[in-house]
Design a protein around this ligand. Sequence first.
Ligand code: GLV
Ligand code: GLV
Length: 336
Amino acid sequence: MVSRSGRDEGERPTVLVTRRLPAPAMARLAARCTVDVHEGESPLPRKALLARIAGRSGAITLLTDRVDEELLRAAGPRLRVIANYAVGFDNVDVAACTTRGVVASNTPEVLSEATADLAFALLLAAARRVAEGDRLVRSDRPWVWGPEFMLGGEVHGKTLGLVGFGRIGQAVARRAVGFGMPVLYTDVQAQPPAVERALGARRVALRALLEGSDFVSLHTNLTDATRHLIDAERLGWMRPTAVLVNTARGPIVDEAALARALRAGRLRAAGLDVYEREPQVDPELLRCPQAVLLPHLGSATDETRQAMADLAVDNLLAVLDGRRPPTPLNPEVLEP
Ligand code: GLV
Ligand code: GLV
């Protein structure tokens, strides 16, 4: 018997893990549940995912798995928790989970510093032509130090625009303090004056941010409101010497419009960790030497991936044990 509010009684619940997680987290799951884990380096194909989730009490899902009405239906009435192994949850239809009384959770906070580090790495690499220089040194082409050889853009003291000023955006702002960079930000929520002062940050409208920043870094969720937030028109508001950094979600940027702006010299450079049709990258963008392109590595450190796995497991086990999970997306499901 599975009771909704209490423990799974009399049997070990079975849970689906859609890709193998770091070992300590897998061991904690196995101590409490029967675990069906998808092995391999690519996501479960959709049909297999729908078949494998049938009858499960919970699942740990990745950003490459779409959790929607169809999946919830395929899972059936035992399903109580979807623990998404990511801070972003645009792959999860949270409302559909709520309707079915399924708790959805994500992994906020534990990856903020790692993601902010990577955003800063992209910012520096794009401004100072790090990837381009590396390619040159490895190539057969001759090079020699020269007064105007491979000049980039200065970073120190330049203005940083943060689109989205949540935990990750603020972690990027903390790094910017060390580089003497004033910060402009947009967010639905204004931060208290003490926070703004400490980070040298000022809240402005998006247009003022794009017009006034030398670097623009994106830290919003992907929603209907932020899809193509940075389109051809908004790219046109940016300074031709500016650099765009995206470690959030690809579809926030119109990738074709970005490639056109870079190729036309209407933007200095871009540093991208995420793509509109990931893992595909717009072929025009691949031809832009001033685009630094990474394969979605924002949270990819040993420490952070372990912390994300621990948090996903904490969420899943808490729901199965009838306790309050640490980071639910739809806490209303937990109300008595
Ligand atoms: C990764 O992109 C995440 O959202 O955690
Ligand atoms: C993510 O944790 C954010 O709020 O930026």
